[in-house]
Design a protein around this ligand. Sequence first.
Ligand SMILES: [Zn+2]
Length: 486
Amino acid sequence: MSIQRTSFIGISIICCFHLSAQNKPATIPANKKSVLASVEKHQQELVNLSDSVWKFAETALQESKSATILARYAEQNGFNLRRGVAEMPTAFIAEYGTGKPVIAILGEFDALPGLSQKAQPVRAALSENAPGHGCGHNMFGAASLGAALAIKELIAAGKLKGTIRFYGTPAEEDVGGKIYMARAGLFNDVDVCLDWHPDFENKANMQSSQSMVSYMVEFKGKSAHAAADPWNGKSALDGAEFFTHGINYLREHVRPTVRMHYVFKKAGDVPNVIPADASVWIWIRDSKRSGVAAVEKRMREIAQGAATMAGVESSVRLTSGEYELLVNETGARTLQANMEMVGPVTYTAEEINFANTIMKEYGGEPKGINGAIKPLETTRPDPDGGSTDVGDVSYIVPEITLLAATAPYQAPWHSWVVVACGGMSIGHKGMLFAAKSLSATMVDLFENEKLRQDIRKEFDQRKGREVWNAMLPEGAPPVPEPKTQP
Ligand SMILES: [Zn+2]
């Protein structure tokens, strides 16, 4: 998802940033110099990984080629692999080192349906109706792995002690692979976890995300001829319609931060058969899990009431749910300092032209690319719209999130604009900036025990007495059958 979309300057910032580590000021500590040099040394491989995942463009829980090349790259570079964790063939953990601290970094790689697009500023599918990386997860996985590799090299050289762990996390755009991994206890021994997300700004994230829950509400009635003997029928569709009416009346009585959205998944096939089956897929969101829970209760009552009115049966089935992201300011401040050390990203005239052209083609405002590093924000009481399964991880372990510009300023997310930029140099620059900033931050986390303690203390305070419970149905994740090759 994209977490934040806010205000400010919409110009491309040009300044004297050089990509070479040799040009850094002498004050950069040795281990940080090493991780920056490592990302530069491997940058072509990381870009190739990102571009391959971009071309594969595999959707949730079907990311087999994408997961395979990321896992293989980690293995070739000396990581120990655990594949197919939490009953998902495309989920894996790559680990190096032993003992404490255990520092983790997340990597996503799933695409979105229907967004296939060439790496060019004019709309043209790479493959008609195929998926595309409209959320930039191709870069997410590759850059996080690059950051993990830089740390692995320092552990191997005896310069850092502890364990670095890369989590290959599938299906962020669907069921939320991290929730299944969290339910399997895979984050329990982690000290601090990091992640990043493609964006149109560079910043250490200080904003939460919405908690959400997804339900399938099903109605069962009895079919009959709609003209000959409708009195023998019981319409499941009536139940579904009463339900959505109830939800729409409920809108007047919820807090302004609540969002409810639904679609009819099943509503009958032909008008002259009274539908025996109908279903509504509904999502409920609010700033916090507790707010969602309050509305969920009313939703269940409305489903029951709707079924009673229609004389049919109803059932409410949880499909998944996510917690809001717990921000960690101590961690964000550490990340901010490292982002500033890495320095802003600059763009060529061709890249700025690409960005402006693509925004015009989309119908948006051409405002260049913003390579500056935003000052640390304060946390707003309520987040902007959107949810992420990183929220669940943030309830188990302190989480630090970076946002990196990989697209034109104010680019529309989940669109072909993001796909195009994620497959060319604008995206590549953003992901390498992310890899450097995250690996330098991890150096601090490995070296500084007091920092880890402070981060943990803040985490404990923010979490308070809230107990994390996976909002998932019983049983294994809904992994689809592998597609048969033609
Ligand atoms: Zn995303």
